[in-house]
Design a binder for this molecule. Structure first.
Ligand code: PLP
Length: 431
């Protein structure tokens, strides 16, 4: 955690690159997001809650709508034209998402409801296959509850032991501590690519090298906040599983994906039983369909998969590198401006390069919830609470923070309105 010095009263001059928005045509991008073009109580909406859920471009909304208007039927089972089209759309979407994360094979993408379900799937199935009494599962204090509770459930079931990597005062994983926790009993190492509560971008590739050198553990990445903001190449990251959610990356809710190494997916037992995931059913047992269908029981979220592929297409067209650059510009500005508000304490890494577009903060002497409510009164949408990461806020001695989070459609002017809004909130709440 970094406590930035307070006391600056004037906003610093903005460099040219900041004014331009670092290469993205944000005006054109905003035109794709109809929801952003609205006022709340007469003030233009400023949406700074994308880490919770991003907004959706017209291209994604249209893809879902067109699918339902033209192509919908259940997948895989039918011989009729619509069933063929729906199956084709569903499987082509899988291939699109597989290409996006550079999977070697589309069969390595399992559709899930989101990151939470993907992580529950891995914890359950790899747990059955590989984790026993006395084995160790390495997590960190930075984890979202979705990458924590499933492992607690596994530890309770199996008698495995949870080990937690500590955090530095700057909001980073303590890598020496991590190295010291890895050993012959380590079966699983599960970490977030990017922290939703601090914004920290973790050095996951380097950690992968360390995990490989010291253990034969499964290395699992929670990519809920990584995939929307950073180019992901699962082959070069060196992980075994990567979990992500559609709704945080311009796609619909209720859909996400788990990328897994084929050999591991083959080895793991199914997570849920039902239609679609079987090969043959006998009275006393069944055999399983091939990966990934083994993990996709029941009628899937076909329209969701189509929408997620459209979101990937959209993000690819804009370019993740440019999006990340733009977010760094916004983050740098937000941190600088907030640092000028007396009593503001910002959490997470000091360098914008080490932080995704997430700025959590408190105003000393006020409640995080009150600050968010005051911002809402100015039509600025942020989030307050523990952000489903209670260990993180506890680590830094608070029970909640106010969190602003940015995405490709946010502008410099919005960040300035946000900072002015925080100043107003502070003045009113402490008056
Ligand atoms: N992991 C992280 C880091 C998150 O930020 C979130 C959602 O906020 C999740 C996991 C869970 O994602 P979902 O609710 O889409 O399953």
């Amino acid at each position: 955690m970094v406590t930035y010095s307070s006391g600056l009263t004037d906003a610093p001059a903005r460099p040219e690159s900041v004014r331009r928005g670092a290469g993205l045509d944000v005006r054109a991008i905003r035109a794709d997001f109809p929801i952003l073009d609205q006022s709340v109580d007469g003030k233009p909406l400023v949406y700074l809650d994308s880490a919770a859920s991003s907004q959706k471009p017209r291209q994604v909304i249209d893809a879902i709508s067109n699918y339902y208007k033209r192509d919908h039927a259940n997948v895989h089972r039918g011989v009729h034209e619509l069933a063929r089209r729906a199956t084709e759309a569903y499987e082509a979407s899988r291939e699109r998402v597989a290409r996006w994360v550079n999977a070697t094979d589309a069969h390595e993408i399992v559709w899930t409801r989101g990151t939470s379900e993907a992580l529950n799937l891995v914890a359950f199935s790899i747990g059955q296959a590989r984790v026993g009494h006395g084995d160790e599962i390495v997590l960190s204090e930075m984890e979202h509850h979705s990458n924590l509770v499933p492992w607690q459930l596994l530890a309770t079931r199996s008698g495995a032991r949870l080990r937690y990597v500590g955090l530095t005062d700057q909001g980073q994983l303590d890598l020496d501590h991590l190295a010291s926790l890895l050993g012959p009993r380590t079966r699983v190492v599960a970490l977030s690519h990017v922290s939703n509560a601090l914004g920290t971008i973790n050095p996951v590739r380097e950690i992968g090298t360390l995990v490989r050198a010291k253990t034969d553990a499964a290395y699992i990445l929670d990519g809920a906040q990584g995939a929307p903001h950073l180019p992901v190449d699962v082959q070069s990251l060196g992980c075994d599983f990567y979990a992500f959610s559609g709704h945080k990356m311009c796609g619909p809710t209720g859909i996400g994906a788990l990328w897994g190494r084929r050999a591991l997916l083959d080895e793991m037992p199914p997570y849920q039983g039902g239609g679609e995931m079987i090969e043959t059913v006998y009275p006393d047992h069944s055999t399983w369909a091939e990966v990934p269908h083994k993990f996709e029981a029941g009628t899937p979220n076909i329209a969701g998969a189509v929408g997620m592929a459209a979101a990937v297409e959209y993000l690819d067209r804009v370019g993740l590198a440019a999006i990340h650059e733009h977010e760094m510009t916004l983050t740098r500005l937000a941190v600088t401006l907030l640092s000028g508000v007396e009593g503001v304490r910002i959490f997470g890494p000091a360098k914008a390069e080490e932080r995704a577009g997430v700025v959590p903060f408190v105003i000393e002497g006020t409640s995080a919830q009150d600050v968010a409510t005051m911002l809402d009164a100015q039509a600025i949408a942020v989030r307050a609470g523990h952000h489903c990461a209670q260990l993180v806020v506890n680590r830094y001695g608070v029970s909640a923070t106010t969190r602003a989070s940015f995405y490709l459609y946010n502008t410099i002017e919005e960040i300035e309105r946000f900072a002015a809004g925080v100043r107003t909130a502070r003045d009113i709440l402490l008056s």
